[in-house]
Design a protein around this ligand. Structure first.
Ligand SMILES: Nc1ncnc2c1ncn2[C@@H]1O[C@H](COP(=O)(O)OP(=O)(O)O[C@H]2O[C@H](CO)[C@@H](O)[C@H](O)[C@H]2O)[C@@H](O)[C@H]1O
Length: 484
């Protein structure tokens, strides 16, 4: 089976978050189910530079006003289609924002162009390669399903994955006439969204199946608290919604062969992990401690609850713990951590930005990973932490609640616990979780059992890739029945 995956990010070529990790790792595992994935990705500079054996397969003189070439090629073991449209994608900022973090004003057009090309590939644009399924990720690609639905010559099933319903791609209605969609697409069944254009909304309506990155989040987004205005649409489509929890790339995240960490270790040799802790403290200029070393690698945003963490730094200082924060995001949260690091130089260290190598070192060296998200569709950081013996302390929400087993009495007795969950997700809840973690940390045997169970947890794509494969199989079988 041939699968066309459509995504604005893919690891290791371009990444702003978890979407890239998923889009980059799932194809490898789908291969063992006989599914051959080709991924369409925008031609950002980093992608074009990495592309090997690039062959032009289609040319556009005027794609939403820009010249463009569709390239087929490979990079980092991935089979790709790349939309090389320099006017849209060769820019000095990030994939969606300029150097100052401001959204590009033509994002509506950049991702409409990208999506239109995706729908054309789905319709057979490329000689000798026809997909059996089109699978779009998040709002940037969602419009491809809308184009495919309203085109007469795209007869394949359409899948949409929602990684985060907070990002919807909402634009003014007057742009509809520029999209080249039939008038009927500006309706409740199409892209009309509270009098605006909604790309994700359109994708939700056009998809034959909607996958959400955890079963809990799939239920949550049917409620006003988490649905962010789209709960009505998700409810209306509930029969076609399925939650499939994310897996991780267990080759990229493997402490026994990780090139970024100084001392390799595995579940069988946990003691070998210890020198990584010392190396991490040294890297961040923090003194040795017998207290716990907490870390958080995150976008510094309200969603991720990082303001809550900044507000409880004193609790960590009081227990002579250490806090290492790596990430960037909202200016006031960045400031709060920089300020904490200035006030408590022996206890708090902060490294702005995001570097993959640093993330690996932190997972290998910290005692516990803090994930205090207010909502979390799935979350990957806690899965990487499990695999590295870094005990996750997570908010009880979305995918966090179903991937971490809380260290309650029963789970501890059964030696099944892998971390700490907390609720409510506020500063008091987080303080309480930190105190619980400290108690567990002081019981060496209990803490080691948490680490061991975590490292034994199978967070690979094995189970979830099988679910995607089954879904694709069902959709193509239904499609053939309808056609026949
Ligand atoms: N400041 C930063 N800049 C760049 N990268 C950073 C970063 N901070 C952390 N990262 C990295 O990005 C990834 C974060 O992935 P998550 O899944 O935890 O959250 P994210 O909100 O990005 O993804 C969304 O999509 C994924 C995939 O479906 C869901 O798991 C998740 O719940 C949903 O919010 C990790 O690889 C992490 O190391």
């Amino acid at each position: 089976m041939n699968l066309l995956s459509v995504t604005a990010e893919i690891f290791p070529l371009v990444k702003t978050g978890g979407l890239a990790d998923v889009a980059g790792s799932l194809p490898k595992v789908l291969k063992s189910h006989g599914i051959r994935t080709r991924t369409l990705i925008p031609g950002y500079a980093s992608v074009i530079e990495a592309l090997e054996a690039a062959t032009p397969v289609a040319r556009y003189d005027y794609l939403f006003g820009e010249e463009a070439t569709l390239l087929a090629g490979r990079a980092a073991g991935l089979e790709l289609f790349v939309l090389d449209a320099p006017g849209f994608f060769y820019r000095s900022g990030g994939p969606y924002t300029d150097e100052h973090g401001v959204d590009y004003p033509d994002n509506w057009k950049r991702f409409a162009a990208f999506s239109l090309v995706a729908s054309q590939i789905a319709g057979g644009l490329v000689q000798h390669w026809r997909p059996d399924i089109i699978h779009a990720h998040d709002w940037h690609a969602a419009l491809s399903l809308v184009y495919a639905k309203y085109a007469e010559d795209v007869p394949i099933p359409r899948v949409l994955t929602v990684h985060n319903i907070a990002f919807q791609g909402q634009f003014p209605a007057h742009l509809f006439s520029e999209l080249g969609l039939p008038d009927e697409a500006y309706s409740i069944d199409g892209v009309e969204y509270y009098g605006d254009l909604g790309y994700l909304k359109g994708g939700l309506q056009a998809a034959d199946a909607i996958t959400v990155v955890s079963p809990t989040y799939a239920r949550e987004i049917m409620t006003p608290t988490f649905g962010m205005g789209l709960e009505g649409v998700v409810n209306a489509r509930h029969q076609d919604v399925v939650g499939i929890v994310n897996g991780i790339d267990v080759d990229v995240w493997d402490p026994s062969i990780d090139p970024y960490i100084e001392y390799s270790y595995s579940a069988r040799t946990p003691l070998r992990r210890l020198p990584n802790r010392e190396a991490l403290l040294e890297l961040f200029g923090l003194p040795h401690t017998r207290g716990p070393v907490f870390a958080s690698i995150n976008r510094l945003t309200w969603q991720k609850g990082m303001d809550l963490l900044a507000a409880v730094v004193d609790e960590i200082v009081a227990m002579d713990g250490r806090l290492i924060v790596h990430g960037n995001g909202d200016a006031d949260i960045e400031y709060a951590f920089l300020d904490a690091a200035r006030r408590f130089p022996h206890h708090v260290a902060m490294r702005l930005g995001y570097e993959e190598q640093i993330a690996h070192k932190i997972h290998a060296g910290a005692d516990a990973m803090l994930v205090p998200s207010r909502f979390e569709p799935c979350g990957l950081t806690q899965l990487y932490a499990l695999r590295y013996g870094c005990v996750p302390i997570v908010a009880r929400t979305g995918g966090l609640s179903e991937t971490i087993i809380d260290a309650n009495v029963a789970a501890l007795q059964a030696q099944a616990a892998t971390g700490v969950q907390f609720s409510p997700v506020d500063t008091e809840g987080l303080r309480h979780a930190l105190r619980r973690a400290l108690k567990l940390f002081r019981h060496r045997r209990v803490w080691e059992s948490l680490q061991r169970q975590g490292m034994k947890t199978d967070s690979s794509w094995r189970h979830s890739a099988a679910k995607y494969a089954e879904l694709y199989g069902d959709l193509t079988a239904t499609d053939m029945r309808l056609a026949g």
